[in-house]
Design a binder for this molecule. Sequence first.
Ligand code: ADP
Ligand code: MG
Length: 318
Amino acid sequence: MTRVAVLKGGRSLERQVSRRSGARVEDALERRGHEVVAIDAGAELVELLRETAPEICFVALHGRDGEDGTVQELLEILALPYTGSGVSACVRCADKVLAKYLMRDAGIPTPDFYAFSETAFQELGAGSALPAIEERLAYPIVVKPASQGSALGIKFARTASDVPSALVAAFSYDSKVLLERHVAGRDLAVSVLEGSDGPVALPIVEARPREEDFYDFEARYEIGRTAFICPAELSDELTDRAHALALEVFALFGCSGFARIDLMLSEPDGDLFVLEINTVPGLTETSLLPQAAEAAGISFDELIARILDRAAIHAVAH
Ligand SMILES: Nc1ncnc2c1ncn2[C@@H]1O[C@H](COP(=O)(O)OP(=O)(O)O)[C@@H](O)[C@H]1O
Ligand SMILES: [Mg+2]
């Protein structure tokens, strides 16, 4: 039996998803006989961690703080082992702009993009560069904030007149935004789980909108509007390619424990592009990593046990 603190909730816009992930993790840990302390990651986080003195922290926080390295940094300072990736991997993955530059430099396929800060628009006249960008990326252009998840702040601009409002929406989430080439095709998620023999890619999940309006992708996140197919119906060759790409990305970013890599499969040419890396993917009843694990014959309780097994302190000596 181990005393485990489950960190959930927090200040992020994905707070509610995190509360559901956390609650499910707590149940799984209790069924395994662990002593579980649930902690909502707020102003008292450090104090509560000191008081409860857990042996391990299970980070079930999504988005800001929990996925961007902030909480991980605190856990390093407190010398508490924690699940998932270390600080530096979280920092690299949580910032989509940084992640895309790293992938581009490493030769990992990711959709073409340009990134701007709010100050570039306000103080350097970046707005005048938009026509050149629009010409290079071609419409529709995907406009998204550098951080966030669950499709928050993402807009598909179909024409030049859609761009300003899409930028305003993205800037309301983050002071850095991406303008990205739209990939027409299929939405795939590859989960990676690290075992004692190293990271393994799990069966691929395809998110398929039930309706044919590909631009209204926010609707995909509404219950019932998206079908999740696992394993995705792909040729062995494509499955192998997607698995290899996800493992390459997991290693490049220095991820630990588990992660979910979101890809687009372009059609009809069959090219794969990495959109982003989630270091704390959802763990709710409807989340993709648990579905992928299930398809690989790994129950939710077993999945959580394996993630807990890999918990660590990542810092090299200071
Ligand atoms: N460049 C793109 N081309 C086509 N679809 C995209 C593109 N970028 C994002 N999307 C759609 O938006 C969803 C969310 O985008 P993603 O970059 O994974 O951000 P997040 O999941 O953090 O909100 C994707 O799963 C995909 O359906
Ligand atoms: Mg995503």
